[in-house]
Design a protein around this ligand. Structure first.
Ligand SMILES: NC(=O)c1ccc[n+]([C@@H]2O[C@H](COP(=O)([O-])OP(=O)(O)OC[C@H]3O[C@@H](n4cnc5c(N)ncnc54)[C@H](OP(=O)(O)O)[C@@H]3O)[C@@H](O)[C@H]2O)c1
Length: 353
């Protein structure tokens, strides 16, 4: 009989933390054993302090857990971090030093040369960086990171195209949901009936993280992919789901039909395809002229699939397309859970107790 693996959620009261709680509530391999947040929330039952924003009831068992301070050790070998970036750095390091695998959604360690920045379908081999990290830093645990939410959707869709045709340059403009700013996020008076053409630090994150994710793992770490990215990021009055319009130029010219075929044939490596959170397929192509749309297409693959449409020639670069990804599932908690599943499938965390 295999017992479930106890796990902790840091920043469990926030937007991403709540999504972790929801996704882990009935997970086949993991069981929430601890929830932690700031000292303002600690010491009280989770059900009392959380402003639960999910559309399913808060599970009773988790509601009764007492919120802990974000201080190691907490229960289990895996700590999911949904911490605010202002505080995530030293807390995540302390947990890794204490022996935990920290799966982080914060930006703090994403670009560290010994920290993997993972989209399992695209770069599961980068997981090997944690061996170097543990040696260099002398930690029994390790930090693994999820990309920024808009980068996650973009890069999953680009991964098969990059492999087939070699991305050379790309222009991306985003329409990003308000939940991407956490809770309570952007004031309703600022966003309703409006578009805000600035998200602090987001364009830089898209430009550098996409190149690390699609880069090649070598002796010296990850050699970033050699393409140029021009990102324009905008906040729009959508609750969940980031829509992105992309123009892309390739080293080897591609027709729309070739790109459609490559995207439709894209499959995760076997070690990833069988994970409980992995969608099949990871990229859905929808060629109806007015798709994808956040309200209609966001739940594909239980929020883990990216939908790509409007694949057509571009008069400036080679191709144009539109893509949609769920910012708190593929762009945060869902993929965080998938990364933890990869740790288990890779034999780094045991399922037997
Ligand atoms: N929202 C998204 O779509 C998204 C996507 C990808 C990545 N991310 C990243 O994920 C992280 C969480 O984002 P979010 O949107 O969930 O933010 P959020 O709603 O503002 O939640 C922040 C969490 O951090 C906790 N926290 C704040 N200060 C703390 C402290 N001093 N010590 C311990 N815990 C503290 C909060 O606890 P209290 O409730 O006790 O204050 C809360 O649980 C951020 O790094 C963000 O950039 C977010």
């Amino acid at each position: 009989m295999t017992a479930k693996i106890p796990v902790s959620v840091l920043g469990a009261t926030g937007t991403v933390g709540q999504k972790f709680v929801r996704l882990l509530a009935d997970h086949p391999w993991f069981e929430i054993a601890a929830v932690a947040a700031s000292s303002a929330s600690a010491g009280r039952p989770y059900g009392e302090v959380v402003r639960w924003r999910e559309t399913v009831p808060l599970p009773d068992r988790v509601a009764r857990l007492t919120v802990a301070e974000c201080v190691p050790p907490l229960a289990g070998p895996i700590a999911f971090s949904a911490l605010d970036a202002d505080v995530a750095g030293p807390i995540e390091q302390a947990f890794a030093r204490a022996g935990a695998y920290v799966v982080s959604n914060a930006r703090n360690h994403r670009m560290d040369p010994d920290v993997p920045l993972l989209i399992p379908e695209a770069n599961a081999d980068h997981l090997a960086l944690i061996d170097r990290q543990r040696t260099v830093r002398g930690w029994p645990g390790a930090i693994l990171t999820n990309p920024n939410c808009s980068t996650a959707a973009l890069t999953l869709a680009l991964a098969p195209l990059h492999r087939a045709f070699g991305v050379e340059k790309l222009f991306v403009s985003t329409m990003q949901a308000t939940s991407g700013a956490g809770y309570p996020g952007v004031s309703s008076l600022d966003i309703l009936g409006n578009v805000i053409p600035h998200i602090d630090g987001e364009e830089e994150k898209m430009e550098r993280e996409s190149r690390k994710i699609l880069g090649a793992l070598g002796e010296a770490g990850v050699e970033p992919a050699a393409f140029a990215v021009s990102a324009h990021t905008n906040r729009v009055a959508v609750i969940d789901g980031h829509l992105e319009t992309v123009s892309v130029g390739f080293r080897r010219r591609a027709t729309p039909e070739e790109a459609v075929n490559v995207l439709r044939e894209f499959a995760a490596p076997a070690c990833v395809a069988d994970l409980p959170s992995s969608p099949r397929p990871p990229v859905e192509v929808d060629l109806r002229p007015d798709r994808p749309q956040p309200r209609l297409d966001l739940e594909r693959g239980r929020g883990m699939a990216v939908t790509v449409g409007r694949i057509r020639p571009c008069p400036v670069l080679d191709l144009r397309l539109v893509l949609l990804g769920h910012n708190t599932i593929r762009g945060a908690a869902g993929q965080g859970v998938q990364i933890a599943e990869l740790l288990v499938a890779d034999g780094r965390v045991g399922r037997d107790r």
